[in-house]
Design a protein around this ligand. Structure first.
Ligand SMILES: Cc1ncc(COP(=O)(O)O)c(C=O)c1O
Length: 288
């Protein structure tokens, strides 16, 4: 497969459809230097983007958190995504929406003079964790911690929050793992580098309280699915040593969908019935 900058097709860029290879920015783009960038990852199934408006609303909230005045409304973003999806000719696809501070009069940390720009790119993206979907992914435990909400806007889907994700995922992959699980700054279990985490014990589900990391749209969907089935869900602070007593584990995310986890550090989990059921139910839900 060619690199992501070297493909056929078009990218929606600031209101225009631009040939894929020409969707470029200047080297003095503010976002490249200071991480003034927010984004969304979405999936379309059978030509329909799952929870599209929720993603557009979160994008605007993320931009506001970074003091970037959005030049586009939710409806504008919906239209842009629809146009990009149509142009791709794909029915099942991944949609990446990016909003960033471009180049302009400012080259210092402040960027009020620089335009806020937006792009939408669409491409095919299969299972995020490869065959882990069946066997259970193996996760490393990250050395970095998810930061306190007093440190950084933790609920924004912002590029700057992924710096420790990339470092941790590189280390995890070098150790033969698919991903890394973060603890938070207090030492409680938080999330993976691009997905939320769930555990099962005695027929009940436990998931970390989303008080210092992204409260994933898939996470919220799965919690509702579980509640609709009459399963008790505990959103609470989870200590890492509790993982010894959990029987099953899965990750949720737009890219990850519902991915079973077989191992986190030295803790092991079975790919059990509830994990399989939720994974299948989610696959069905996104296509209805
Ligand atoms: C850090 C992080 N946490 C959680 C998630 C899951 O969020 P969602 O279910 O909204 O895709 C993602 C993926 O977007 C992510 O990047």
């Amino acid at each position: 497969m060619a690199g992501y900058d070297d493909r056929d097709g078009v990218i929606w860029l600031d209101g225009k459809m631009v040939p894929w290879r020409e969707a470029n920015v200047h080297i003095l783009t503010h976002a490249m230097h200071y991480a003034s960038s927010v984004f969304e990852g979405e999936r379309a199934y059978n030509g329909k983007i799952f929870k599209s408006r929720e993603h557009s609303e979160r994008l605007i909230a993320s931009a506001e958190a970074l003091d970037m005045p959005m030049p586009y409304s939710v409806d504008d973003i919906e239209t842009a995504k629809e146009q990009a999806l149509q142009a791709s000719g794909l029915k099942d696809a991944y949609i990446r929406v990016l909003v960033w501070r471009g180049s302009g009069d400012d080259m210092g940390v402040a960027s009020a003079q620089n335009p806020v720009r937006m792009a939408v790119a669409v491409w095919p993206w299969g299972a995020y964790y490869g065959d882990a979907k069946m066997q259970g992914a193996k996760l490393d435990i990250a050395e970095w911690k998810r930061p306190s909400p007093e440190t950084i806007p933790v609920h924004a889907k912002a590029a700057g929050l992924y710096m420790i994700c990339t470092i941790s995922k590189h280390k995890a992959e070098a150790r033969g793992c698919s991903d890394a699980l973060f603890m938070d700054w207090r030492g409680y279990v938080a999330e993976a580098t691009g997905a939320n985490v769930f555990f099962v014990k005695d027929g009940e589900v436990h998931t970390p309280l989303a008080d210092c990391f992204l409260n994933g749209i898939t996470r919220q969907t799965v919690i509702q699915m579980l509640k609709d089935k009459g399963i008790t869900v505990h959103e609470r602070r989870i200590k890492p040593e509790e993982m010894a007593d959990f029987e099953q584990c899965w990750l949720t995310g737009t890219a990850a969908e519902v991915t079973p986890v077989g191992q986190i550090g030295d803790y092991t989990f079975e790919v059990g019935d509830l994990t399989r059921e939720i994974s299948q139910d989610y696959e069905q839900l996104v296509r209805t």
